[in-house]
Structure formats: C-alpha cells, structure tokens
Design a protein around this ligand. Structure first.
Ligand SMILES: Cc1cc2nc3c(=O)[nH]c(=O)nc-3n(C[C@H](O)[C@H](O)[C@H](O)COP(=O)(O)O)c2cc1C
Length: 197
C-alpha cells in the first residue's frame, strides 16, 4: 500500500471512530426536565418538553440534590406574582383549587438547596403564564434563568413561556401549547446532541 493509500485508510478509520463516539455520547446523555406545578399546566408542558427531548421528567419535590452526571437541565415553573413562586403564593394557589397541588416545593427552593453544580452545565428555563404582555404578567423563567446563571450554568437557549387561558375560571393551557412545548424540547435536544467537531 502506498503512503497516500495508507493515509486515506487512516483518515477513514478516524472518521468512523469519531462518528461512533458521537453516537455513543448521544445514547448516554442524561437530560433532566424538572418542573414545579400547582394545577397541572406546567407539568403537562414539562412532559411535552420531555417527550421532544427524550428526557427524564421529574417533579421538583423529587428532584436530585446533586447534578453530577447531568448533561442538560431544563427547569420550569408557573409564574406567580410576576415571578417564581414562593411558599406564600403556593399556599394561595392551594387555597384556590379543590385538588391538592402537584408540587409542594418550588424551583427557587430546589435551586437554593442544590449542592455544588457542575460549572458550565447547559441549562434552559421555561414557565407558564397568562397570555398577555410580559410587562404585565412577569415570567418565572427569567428568575429561574438568573438563579441558574448565578450557580455557574450556561444558558443553552433563551427562557421560554407557555400560555394558560386569561380567564380566571379557565387555568388550562392555551390551544397548541403542548405541540409548541414538544417542538421546543426537540430543538433543544438537537442542539445539545450536535457533535462538537
Ligand atoms: C397565586 C398566583 C399568582 C399568579 N400570578 C400570576 C402572574 O403574576 N402572572 C401570570 O402571568 N400568571 C399568574 N398566575 C397564573 C399562573 O401563572 C397559572 O396559574 C399557572 O401558569 C398554571 O400553572 P400550573 O397549573 O402548573 O400551576 C398566578 C397564579 C396564582 C395561583
């Protein structure tokens, strides 16, 4: 075999090994979606995002205290009083509904209780809120993103909002939000899994 042929064979082997390593990486990526929800809308969005991402979806009440080994974290919660929930707003939500709330604690408390966070961990934040100007409603995702950045995480995408009805008697999701959430998750996953060349 001539030196040129040998070099070509080596390059082909190298490319094949690189592609295999990329596929193995994709199979072993650990992606977590952590949600907080009172009435169920944010949980539904989280499950749709998780479907798009092919990720584990965990209620914040059961979320891990250690993020070692996580490759991408997505965290979301409902917008309360223009931002992230607090114990007082969760109590107010619990008093409004006739069912027990889905989460007892909040993303704010969970992030505050986390141990050391892998620096540069890719993350994304979302919320649910009323479908009106953000200036009027606020958005919990902005607070979640800020706390994540403070812990040394790297935003993999801008914060995103998904909408519930504006009628106080109808706190369900606005039409097509589940599809939009799944598509958002799919796009996040594609970006996270793209092999770095
Ligand atoms: C105590 C409380 C305060 C709220 N404050 C806001 C608000 O400031 N802005 C907003 O857009 N929605 C507000 N909402 C509506 C919530 O965003 C909505 O209930 C939530 O997105 C539903 O998600 P969940 O079903 O997962 O709890 C509030 C709801 C509650 C219960």
């Amino acid at each position: 075999m001539s030196p040129e042929q040998l070099a070509r064979v080596r390059r082909r082997r190298h490319r094949r090994a690189h592609a295999q390593a990329g596929r193995a990486e994709e199979l072993t990526m650990r992606i977590l979606v952590v949600f907080e929800s009172m009435f169920g809308a944010t949980e539904q969005i989280a499950r749709a995002v998780g479907k798009g991402l092919a990720a584990e979806v965990i209620n914040v009440d059961d979320a891990p205290a250690d993020l070692t080994g996580v490759d991408l974290l997505v965290a979301g919660g409902p917008t309360h009083a223009h931002g992230m929930s607090r114990a007082t707003t969760r109590k107010s939500a619990a008093d409004q509904g006739d069912q027990p709330t889905r989460s007892k604690t909040g993303v704010r408390e969970w992030l505050g209780s986390l141990g050391p966070v892998p620096q540069g961990l890719p993350v994304a934040a979302f919320d649910t809120r009323i479908d009106k100007s953000r200036l009027l409603t606020g958005a919990a995702s902005l607070g979640i993103a800020k706390l994540l950045r403070r812990r040394g995480c790297r935003m993999a995408a801008p914060a995103e909002s998904f909408f519930v009805g504006t009628d106080p008697a109808d706190v369900g999701l606005a039409p097509r939000e589940l599809e939009r959430a799944e598509a958002w998750g799919t796009a996040l996953g594609a970006a996270a899994r793209r092999p770095v060349s």
